[in-house]
Ligand binder design. Structure first.
Ligand SMILES: CSCC[C@@H](NC(=O)CCC(=O)O)C(=O)O
Ligand SMILES: [Mg+2]
Length: 381
């Protein structure tokens, strides 16, 4: 497949309601999309980097810049040096499995790299007529849908939000927590909705090991897991915390590759992993982490970064792999957006259908995409 160029397209999508976490409050998403134009088909990639480097060190302006100045030129050089398919000499094409190798010399910027690999993979699979689900190894045609619930001003407001999501059919509730908003909201949700609701919490690195005794107060509430209680690099701290609480520790921000996943598992820093393809550099690395976790008996689930229907489609395909045994943050499009740029993903009996069409199985609706577009830039290879 010959990659002719990539369009960098920025869109701004308003959220249906503010989404507050321990690191800030989102009111809209400033999203970088990639449209890869090849001699076969066009492919789409979605960069999950936020507008500010608060979830991780990446942010969307930096992703666009590193793509423009370093990642796309590196891919162009790889394509120019690759032998033609079939072994003849001269500039050849590129395959999705080449992208990670071509970009490896550039340090970090995993979300930017993931978006580029996703776009190339989508173009390749559309050309082949294969779905993401079949390429990744999906074993299900729908996946259970969990929902992430932000920090609210009051407990009654939180309970109303949870009530609404349960009424919509979400099979698992995840509550964002931070110091001062943790035991009380969890207790209130348990008292109002009972012990059978699948319930977990996400701290986004808001605590320290010194909070271990306090976090142990969550143990009586039978949570599925506590996600990323400590800072990203404190792998040893998570291993010590896991010895002091009974709630299973799940890592998110700390797991940036199969290598870091192997280290975290070996050190006992987590017994569950939230896999986010953008955070780990792409869907192919995400599958490697899945395979590693399965080999170690570690459960995985698919996290979310408020993706549009493009990322949601790819995440649903990934979440259909056999090791994804816990409900992921693959909610309906309406959880965050009044209007999605693709046909909306809609909850059906608490599940999201896995797209079956070639590639992502969804494409942006041109008029809606144009409505949300704030910038377009063509980068020839
Ligand atoms: C703006 S917060 C994004 C990161 C957060 N993501 C979610 O809470 C799920 C969001 C979603 O459903 O897409 C996480 O740390 O897991
Ligand atoms: Mg998280």
């Amino acid at each position: 497949m010959k990659l002719q160029g990539v369009e960098l397209r920025r869109i701004t999508m308003p959220l249906v309601s503010p989404f507050r976490t321990s690191f800030g409050t989102e009111h809209e998403r400033d999203i970088l999309l990639l449209r890869a134009v090849t001699d076969g088909a066009e492919g789409w990639g979605e960069c999950v980097a936020m507008a500010e480097p608060l979830y991780s060190s990446e942010f969307v302006d930096a992703a666009a810049e590193v793509l423009r100045r370093f990642l796309l030129p590196a891919l162009a050089r790889r394509q120019e040096s690759a032998p033609r398919p079939g072994g003849t000499g001269g500039p050849g094409g590129i395959a999705a499995t080449d992208v990670g190798h071509a970009l490896a010399p550039i340090k970090g910027h995993r979300m930017a790299k993931a978006a580029l690999e996703m776009a190339v993979l989508d173009a390749e699979l559309r050309t082949l007529g294969r779905s993401f689900a079949s390429e990744l190894g999906a074993v299900a045609d729908r996946v259970p849908s969990g929902v992430s619930v932000g920090i609210h001003d009051t407990v009654p407001a939180l309970l109303d939000a949870v009530d609404g999501y349960l009424a919509e059919g979400y099979v698992r509730i995840k509550l964002k927590i931070e110091p001062g908003w943790d035991v009380e909201p969890v207790r209130a949700v348990r008292e109002r909705f009972g012990d059978d609701v699948l319930l977990q919490v996400d701290a986004n690195t808001a605590y320290t090991l010194g909070d271990a005794r306090h976090l142990a107060r969550l143990d009586p509430f039978d949570l599925l897991l506590i996600e990323q209680p400590l800072e990203e690099e404190d792998v040893l701290g998570h291993a010590e915390l896991a010895r002091r609480i009974t709630t299973p520790v799940c890592l998110d921000e700390s797991i940036v590759s199969a290598q870091t996943a192997a280290a975290a598992i070996t050190l006992g820093a987590c017994s569950i992993i939230n896999i986010k393809p953008g955070r780990v550099g792409g869907y192919l690395e995400a599958r490697r982490i899945h395979d590693l976790a399965v080999a170690h008996g570690v459960a995985v689930w698919c996290g979310g970064m408020l993706e549009t229907g493009l990322g949601r489609a790819a995440n649903a395909a990934l979440a259909a792999l056999p090791g994804f045994t816990l409900p992921g943050d693959i909610s309906g499009s309406g959880r965050f957006y009044r209007t999605d740029i693709t046909e909306p993903f809609v909850l059906d009996d608490g599940h999201i259908a896995v797209p079956t069409g070639p590639g992502l199985g969804v494409t942006p609706l041109p008029d809606l995409l144009d409505e949300f577009t704030t910038a377009r830039e063509w980068v020839p290879l």
